[in-house]
Design a protein around this ligand. Structure first.
Ligand SMILES: NC(=O)c1ccc[n+]([C@@H]2O[C@H](COP(=O)([O-])OP(=O)(O)OC[C@H]3O[C@@H](n4cnc5c(N)ncnc54)[C@H](OP(=O)(O)O)[C@@H]3O)[C@@H](O)[C@H]2O)c1
Length: 170
């Protein structure tokens, strides 16, 4: 199994504001959907609530100590380790990919276990209340970078960057 993390981050490290995203980036939403579709996704309870419900076409695993274990459309895990175990049941092959999609605490806890990070670098400085954790960049290799311009559907320019853990052999 490959554990990956996917996030959009401003130049000053912000990922969220008032329970939502601090920008409108249609093409980044498309990239997120394309990349995660068909794969199990793991998220914290507040990210699940900000999505307004389960995301279609993906097994939604929500980490929470408070959510009802029988909430429709999702599986509830009580820890990240529990979530990863549940995600494995949904993989088509043992080498399948599972995505951690936020928020801040989930990213911080998952990062040491991840082999890949799909980071959208939003080329803007924005106000916010939720931040991406610090990254030890010496451990990561940039394997893909795709710039996108701002336009009427994308509030800011951004770059899709994919990093792989050095020495992971992937
Ligand atoms: N830019 C991006 O890529 C991106 C991605 C995702 C989210 N976001 C933004 O980030 C914000 C939400 O993120 P957040 O960091 O505030 O919250 P979050 O991580 O989504 O959710 C936090 C909740 O998850 C549960 N949780 C977290 N770690 C846990 C653990 N180890 N064991 C058990 N439960 C655990 C707890 O739920 P209980 O309280 O129910 O126990 C906790 O209150 C929103 O603004 C959202 O839009 C941005």
């Amino acid at each position: 199994m490959i554990l990956s993390l996917i996030a959009a981050i401003s130049e000053n490290g912000v990922i969220g504001r008032d329970g939502g995203l601090p920008w409108r980036l249609r093409d980044d939403m498309r990239w997120f959907k394309e990349t995660t579709l068909g794969h199990p996704i793991i998220m914290g309870r507040r990210t699940y609530e900000s999505n307004g419900g389960p995301l279609s076409g993906r097994a939604n695993i929500v980490v929470s100590r408070t959510l009802d274990a029988h909430t429709a459309g999702i599986e509830v895990a009580r820890s990240l380790g529990n979530a990863i175990s549940l995600a494995k049941n949904h993989l088509q092959s043992p080498s399948g990919e599972v995505f951690v999609i936020g928020g801040a605490g989930m990213y911080e806890e998952a990062m040491p276990r991840c082999e890949r990070m799909c980071l959208t670098r939003v080329h803007a400085t924005v106000e916010g209340d939720t931040r991406f954790p610090d990254v030890d960049w010496a451990r990561w290799r940039l394997v893909r970078e795709e710039p996108h311009l701002a336009d009427e559907h994308n509030e800011f320019a951004f770059s899709i960057c994919v990093y792989e853990r050095k020495g992971s052999g992937t």
